[in-house]
Structures are given as C-alpha cells and as structure tokens.
Design a protein around this ligand. Structure first.
Ligand code: SF4
Length: 698
C-alpha cells in the first residue's frame, strides 16, 4: 500500500481470481503494477481478499513467456519434464510468423481430429472467439473449458428446472434475507469477499445454516452446522423436504402459480423420513426437522452452493434437491431470496455464456437446433457446422486415447493439472501429434506443447468478464505485455486467419458488438456503456437500467413459464471405501492459491504464506497413523500415489483427508476418480477411496 507519490497512474479493472468479481484499482509506476486497492464495484464495495490485494505480482514474474516457442526436433519425448526457468533443451524461440504458421499447419483442414480447450480465465470476447474458431474452423463442437470441472452439474439442473443456468439473485441479496443455507462451499477461502457479506448477515441476526462434510470456516457464524457424511447430500436434503411436506410448511400458492410436477415430488419425498435418513447422512432427525422448520418459516431465504455439491456423480441430483427446496418454499424472485451456485473462476459465468461449451452456442442456445445454428452461421457468414453436441473435457481426453482426436489448441487451461486421474490426461497430451498452448507461463500442459504462444495477463488487456452475480464488468489494461507477448484475442484471430477463416476484428469492442447480435442476455449492454459505468448486470431492461439483481419474479424462462420439481433418489459415490482404500479423499482450494497454482505460486506474498503442498486430517487420525503434524504422508488411490505434508485440522472428519489441488509436486488429481455425473459430465473430485500411510514406511 502506498500514497499517490508511489504511482504514476491508476487503472480500474477486475480481480483475475475468483467468481466474486471484485473491482480493483491497479496502481502503476514505470510500467509495473506497484500495488492494488479495492474499487467500488457492486460485488465488493472496495473490499478485497488476500489474493486480490497481494496476488498481482505474478504478471511481472521472470517465468513469463515473452517470445513464441517451438518444440525442438531433438527434444526429449513429451512429458512433464520442462523446467520453466530452463526450457531451452526442449523448445527454441521463434518469431510470431513462424510460430503461428507452425501452429496453423498442425490444425488446418483436420476437422474432427482437432479439439479445443478455452478457459474461464479468458475474457468474454476471447471465449467467444475461441468457440467460434473451433466451430467455424473445424465444423464441430468439440470445445469446452473448466466449467465442466466445477459447476456443470449445477448448470444442468438449473437449465432443466428453472430454465436458466445463472444465479437467480446476487449474493449481496443476503442482506435482505432472514435465513441462508450455504452447502458444499467454503466461501471463507474460495469466495472470501462474498464470505464477508455472509458473516455480516449472521452478525445482524440472520440464521446461517452451513452444511458440509468439512467444518468450513463459516461454522463459527452458523446457527446450524450440519457436518454430514460425504456423498449423503440427497438423503439429507430429501429428509429436510420430507418434513416440509409432512408438516404442511410448503407455499401452496407459489407452487400452484409457478411450478409443475409437484405431486410427483411430494409422493417421492414420502420415502425419506428424517428418522430413516439420519443414519444415512449422519445428522440427527431432530436437527433435520429444526432446519426444515427454520428454512420453511423464513420470510426470505437464499441457498448458496459450491463444488461440494456439484463435483459428485450425483451432482445434478444434489442441485435438483436445492432447487426443489427453494421452489416449495416460494423462495425465488423476491428480495432476499434465490438460488446461487457460487461460481469459481473470475469469468466462468461469462465464458459459459459466450458458448465455450460443447452442447451450447452463446446464451445456452442448443447446437442441435437448426434455427439457432442458422442464426449464428448467418452472422458468421460461414457454412453450417455439426448439429451434434461436442465432447466434454474428459471425453476429449478419452477420444485422444482412442486415436480420434490428434491435435489440440489449449488457451489458458491446464488439463495436465486440473483433469481427474491426471496421468490419463497427461498421457493423452503426450499422444497428440500437434498441441498448441497459448498461456502466460510454461504450464504443466505447455510441457507437452509443439507450439507455445505467449499471451497476456489480465492487467495487460481490454475485455469484459462476468462474475457469479451476472455482472458484466470492464477489464482494462494497466501495463504492456512483456517482451513479444500479445493480447489473446489477437492471437486467436491471427491463428484463425491462417487456418483459412476470413475474420476481421480491430478490437475486443468489435467482438463484443458481434456477440450482441445473437446474445439477448447482452441487450442494453454496450461496450461504450461498460467503459462509462464499469459494470451492468444482465438482464438489463433499458440502456439506463443497471440490471436486475433478482430475476424470475413473474415466472421462469421455460415452456409454460413454470419451474419444475425433479425428484432425486440416492445415488452412492462411485467408489466406496474398502479394506484396501479405507478413507475418503476430498479435494479443493486454499485461500492463498488459485486453481492449478500457475499464477498464485508465482506471487511472492501468497507463495510465502503457503509454500508447500499439504493435506489436512483430524488430529485423532494422525495419532493413529503415528505421524506428527508436519510429517509426510503417502496417499494412494486406485489411480496413483502422492507424498505430502500433513496438517492437523479438527474440522476434517476422522475418516477423511483434504488435499488442495494447486501443487504439482503432490498433484491431487493423480488420485481423483474420473467417474462422471451422467447429466453435467462433471467428475467426482469430492470423493475417492484412499489409503493413507506414514510416508517413512516402505
Ligand atoms: Fe479476487 Fe475473489 Fe478475493 Fe475478490 S474475493 S479479491 S474476486 S479472489
């Protein structure tokens, strides 16, 4: 922190980390960001967490890619074997023309053999261009991004039952609520500024019901803490809804006016009495009844959820239960009510909205709809492309192993760290005969690249991003990209041209203008307006309307205008603990580190606070293992094994171990189970059977 003498100018932009979307003021001197302060955005009102305030210096890290790189002909076999500080044995520097020509040569004309991964770190304009490139350039829909790994199941359930994949109310609406449920989320670490609003809500007397197999940080503010058995969400939520039905606590008028399939839901729930479900979910029947009465008795209530809900083989069923709970109590569409999946990355909402998913074009318009495709091909002035939904992130890797996909373009994503059963993904990357990676660092995925295109960090480019609240915000450049690195939108356009597409854009504003032609969600939101106002929430009803914080007051965007109850039955986790793998592994994030760590582990303050791979277990479990906190453990699943430093944490249940996934030296995803939820195609990151041993023992 400094005073105005410490910087030449300040630039307002958006934090690049989590989906809260805090606005920041970047203080710049001599072409470098010197420090960051909170700015008055609607989501953060000047607040920042440790990542937003101190996690910016990775943009000036010496590992930044500054020139395009091409794999040397005499490079060793592809593998995770490149030192980011000493890459010359594997790659050689190249000029942009040579690198783009080489990148295009391995992609052009290969149709179905090509797939693309974009990223939620992209701006909306970059995400839009990337999905257009794959669809228009290669004629199919094999394009996806990390939403598949975080909230794909939540979006599947919301689209199915509410008709829209986005939140129905901003998280800030909690200030108008009486009761809030936070389930399968740890906002104190993962959405820290949102957590400050949740804490304020509890401090002013709001009832905060926290449900999670781990005793997450919000428990200190909770009126009810339900530390349920991992994977038992549906049994617990159905039992709560059973009480609401049996005691007649539901909102008859709302159900009649705004919903369908209620009778089927009601009949289904009769099978889930709290007494029967208590042993399944590990929560006393009396507590389940109290929670049901508290939620149903609220004047206004909200439900927030995170990846503890979504990253299961029953992730879509979990979200269906939460949607049903809100609907039966009429808790949607009014101040202080709503459904809010807390989105993970800073632009995962926007990248999904922009069509970076294999089954939908921008604004969740189905690729199978002939009219939709024809509207897009008209704007794109292109031939039609496949009407078949494309493959998802993990399916693409399977298809590489099957020999069908042979070339990939990866922009900002790091599947060599983020995919489940990551050795399977790494082997797929090694098998490709052409891999183009566009990034700011030589990531684990870039280790496998044939061509690496040096890209720009958030503070080096213009572009809009959309946070968890549906707030479209303007990101602005504060400094120039280092060396010869370029803005990402320019790189995608240059590559598309070399692959035969006659694209012509002069700026991200041009791209945004094109997006508006087929994205009704952007009605009344223009680039100029965002430049002026910094943020507009969608939907915005007029050029003066700042946007609707709460939606669906008068019905839902489904045929007939009604939301739907979809009953959910108990589906157990894919992999039950047994004699060989007796404990439960769950994975997640830490306050100081962001996703696969490529940015935060290169941020001096954040890395100093959390420099080492670690896992957390209950102290009694550590005692049984004979390992002191700070000692090394070996974690083994059916996929592989890692060694990692142990921490004692009473919040972790005695039969669980929590492992963050930011550390390459103990990569959590070596261990995770790739089993998928059948609807959202999201892997079960939150539950794997694991054996935990003292690493000193052979
Ligand atoms: Fe950035 Fe999220 Fe922290 Fe806000 S809460 S400063 S968006 S990481």
């Amino acid at each position: 922190r400094g005073d105005s003498a410490d910087f030449d100018r300040e630039v307002q932009s958006v934090c690049p980390f989590c989906g809260v979307g805090c606005q920041i003021s970047l203080k710049v001197k001599d072409g470098r960001v010197k420090f960051v302060e909170g700015a008055p955005g609607p989501a953060n009102e000047n607040r920042l967490c440790v990542k937003g305030r101190f996690g910016f210096d990775y943009i000036h890290h010496p590992h930044r890619l500054m020139r395009p790189l091409i794999r040397r002909e005499d490079a060793p076999a592809k593998g995770l074997n490149v030192d980011p500080g000493n890459w010359q044995e594997v790659f050689r520097e190249a000029g942009w023309d040579e690198a783009l020509d080489a990148a295009a040569a391995g992609l052009k004309g290969r149709g179905r053999e090509v797939a693309g991964f974009g990223s939620a770190k992209c701006t909306n304009e970059e995400a839009y261009l990337f999905q257009k490139f794959i669809r228009q350039g290669f004629g199919h829909n094999n394009v996806d991004h990390c939403t598949r790994l975080c909230h794909a199941s939540s979006v599947a359930a919301l689209l199915e039952n509410v008709g829209s994949g986005a939140v129905t109310a901003t998280f800030n609406e909690i200030e108008n609520a009486d009761v809030a449920i936070v389930i399968g989320a740890n906002p104190v670490e993962n959405h820290p500024v949102a957590a400050t609003y949740f804490k304020q809500f509890a401090k002013r007397g709001g009832k905060l019901i926290v449900m999670d197999p781990r005793g997450v940080g919000l428990r200190r503010f909770a009126s009810h803490m339900l530390q349920f058995r991992p994977g038992a969400d549906v049994s617990m939520l159905n039992a709560i809804m059973n009480v609401i039905v049996e005691e007649g606590l539901y909102d008859r008028q709302y159900i009649e006016a705004f919903t369908e399939n209620w009778e089927a839901e009601k009949a289904h729930l009769a099978r889930f009495s709290p007494e029967d479900m208590a042993p399944v979910c590990g929560i006393d029947a009396a507590v389940l009844r109290d929670v049901a009465r508290t939620f149903a008795g609220a004047k206004s209530a909200m439900i927030f959820w995170g990846m503890g809900v979504s990253q299961h083989v029953h992730g879509t069923d979990n979200s269906r239960c939460l949607i049903s709970l809100a609907l039966m109590c009429g808790q949607v569409g009014r101040p202080g009510t709503g459904l809010h999946p807390l989105r993970g990355q800073n632009n995962v909402q926007g990248a999904s909205d922009a069509g970076l998913i294999p089954m939908f074009l921008p604004d969740y318009q189905s690729v199978t709809d002939d009219g939709v495709r024809s509207a897009f091909t008209e704007v794109w002035q292109s031939d039609d492309f496949s009407a078949e939904a494309g493959l998802t992130v993990t399916e693409i890797m399977d298809d590489v192993h099957a020999g069908n996909i042979r070339a990939m373009y990866v922009l900002g994503e790091n599947p060599a760290m983020s995919d489940p059963d990551v050795d399977h993904a790494r082997a797929a990357l090694a098998r490709l005969d052409h891999l183009v990676v566009q990034d700011i660092f030589l990531t684990e995925t870039a280790n496998y690249a044939d061509v690496i295109l040096p890209a720009s960090a958030f503070a080096e480019k213009s572009g809009t991003v959309t946070n968890t609240n549906r707030q479209v915000q303007m990101g602005r450049p504060a400094v120039a990209p280092p060396g010869e690195a370029r803005e990402d939108w320019r790189i995608v356009v240059d590559l598309a041209r070399r692959c035969g597409l006659s694209w012509s854009y002069d700026s991200p504003a041009d791209v945004f203008a094109e997006m508006k032609l087929n994205m009704p969600s952007l009605d009344n939101i223009s680039w100029d307006r965002l430049e002026r106002e910094n943020v507009v929430t969608y939907p915005s009803l007029s050029p003066e309307d700042p946007g609707q914080a709460i939606v669906f007051a008068d019905g839902f965007p489904r045929d007939g205008g009604r939301a739907r109850f979809t009953p959910a039955s108990i589906v157990p986790p894919d992999e039950a603990p047994d004699a060989d793998y007796p404990m439960i592994l769950t994975t997640g994030r830490q306050l100081e580190h962001w996703h696969t760590g490529s940015m935060t582990r290169r941020s001096a303050v954040l890395d100093a606070v959390e420099p080492e791979a670690n896992c957390s277990l209950h102290p009694s479990t550590l005692r049984k293992l004979g390992v002191e906190p700070g000692g090394m453990l070996r974690l083994t699943t059916r996929r592989g094994s890692v060694e990692v430093m142990a921490r004692a944490d009473r919040a972790v249940a005695p039969d669980m171990v929590f492992l963050p996934f930011a550390y390459v030296e103990a990569a959590a995803n070596i261990l995770t189970n790739p089993a998928l939820d059948p609807y959202g195609k999201i892997p079960e990151f939150k539950f794997s059977a694991v054996r935990v041993e003292d690493a000193r023992r052979p």
